[in-house]
Design a binder for this molecule. Structure first.
Ligand code: HEC
Length: 253
């Protein structure tokens, strides 16, 4: 009961504080049609592969993806040999060796994605004090994850004339508070796509979002397929039970 009152008091206090917070609140990102949505949704693998390219060539200079191993890239359609070649372009720290020293070596498929900074302090120091979050599960870690990420990446605008943007910050329509410490990284043709797709800003934002969604939910398709199988099973089972029931009661009637 007291907890209830405390919660109500807190809610009231927050409501009172709301006007200030509201001014800085970002709009809800527009709802987009992603291939992975819906009961039968599946990942667009070509897009996820291009998204990997965007992540590796652009985002990975600031953002880690600690929960993703190179070998899981076979899930989005890369062969074992391709995965090996991708991993080999990066360097990871391993060890200690026999003399107690850490050493670096080319990454291998079982390794986690190589991180741009050795620790949080280094990451902040390089980004004007702001921390580029790990992107492994970011597509699940923000409300409307994929819609938000796409909106954020395409949401850089001129600041309204009455707003000042401090050095090292940028105006973004969809970032809470609008002032973000991440520059607009996807200026047209930041990457040249291996598959020849034109790398517009929107295309890159779309592809990297597909990739990040796969990274956050690699088992989404299996879960959905399991759901379909369970539904089919329940339908058949219900029919069977109905037949059994009729059979059992046939003599009674
Ligand atoms: C130059 C460094 C840099 C690069 C490159 C970069 N980011 Fe960021 N990113 C940041 C920083 C710094 C923040 C934290 C911003 C803040 O808190 O103001 C951030 C924040 C984010 C966020 C979280 C926003 C939120 O709601 O908190 C997402 C999502 C994101 N970046 C995605 C990307 C993607 C996708 C790419 C590649 C296309 C990318 N970033 C490239 C520096 C970078």
């Amino acid at each position: 009961m007291t907890r209830g009152i405390a919660a109500a008091a807190l809610a009231a206090a927050l409501m009172a504080a709301a006007p200030a917070a509201q001014a800085a609140e970002a709009p809800v990102p527009p709802d987009r049609d992603w291939s992975f949505e819906g009961f039968f949704g599946t990942y667009d693998l070509a897009s996820a592969q291009r998204g990997l390219q965007v992540y590796l060539q652009v985002c990975s200079s600031c953002h880690s993806m600690d929960l993703v191993a190179y070998r899981s890239l076979t899930d989005i359609g890369f062969s074992d040999a391709q995965v090996e070649a991708i991993a080999a372009q990066y360097t990871v720290t391993d060890g200690p060796d026999d003399s107690g020293e850490m050493y670096t070596r080319p990454a291998e498929p079982p390794d986690q994605f190589a991180a741009p900074y050795p620790n949080e302090q280094a990451a902040r120091a390089a980004n004007g004090g702001a921390l580029p979050p790990d992107l492994s599960v970011i597509a699940q870690g923000r409300p409307n994850g994929p819609d938000y990420i796409y909106a954020l990446l395409t949401g850089y605008e001129e600041a309204p004339p009455d707003e000042t943007v401090p050095p090292g910050q940028y105006w973004n329509e969809y970032f809470a508070g609008h002032l973000i410490s991440m520059p607009n990284m996807l200026a047209t043709s930041a990457v040249e796509y291996a598959d020849g797709t034109e790398a517009t800003l929107e295309q890159q934002a779309w592809d990297v979002t597909n990739f990040l969604m796969w990274a956050a939910e690699p088992h989404l398709e299996e879960r959905k397929q399991m759901g379909v199988k369970v539904m089919l099973f329940l339908i058949v089972f219900t029919g069977l039970m109905y037949a059994v029931k009729r059979q059992v009661w046939a003599d009674v009637h």
